[in-house]
Design a protein around this ligand. Structure first.
Ligand code: SF4
Length: 77
């Protein structure tokens, strides 16, 4: 489970976040390209936009489910 005490600093505020255990493996961006983005140095992914409709919510959940290191959380603020 992702840890909201070690969120990536670039995450926008809100429910979904990526924590500092992101590898990055790249897989989640394919699931939610509107919501997730590489950091400038490409060392990790962060949440650039929170879901605002059902389709985006589905994409966020799919990205979270397939993350191999459970770096995406849905209990943020
Ligand atoms: S799936 Fe997980 S480990 Fe892979 S890039 Fe996304 S957040 Fe990082």
């Amino acid at each position: 489970m992702a840890d909201k005490s070690i969120k990536q600093p670039e995450n926008v505020p809100g429910k979904y976040y990526v924590d500092q255990t992101c590898v990055p493996c790249n897989d989640c961006i394919k699931e939610a390209p509107n919501l997730l983005q590489y950091s400038a140095d490409e060392s990790h992914i962060f949440v650039k936009k929170q879901p605002t409709n059902q389709n985006e919510e589905k994409q966020a959940k799919a990205a979270m489910a397939m993350c191999p290191v459970d770096a995406i959380g849905d209990d943020g603020e």
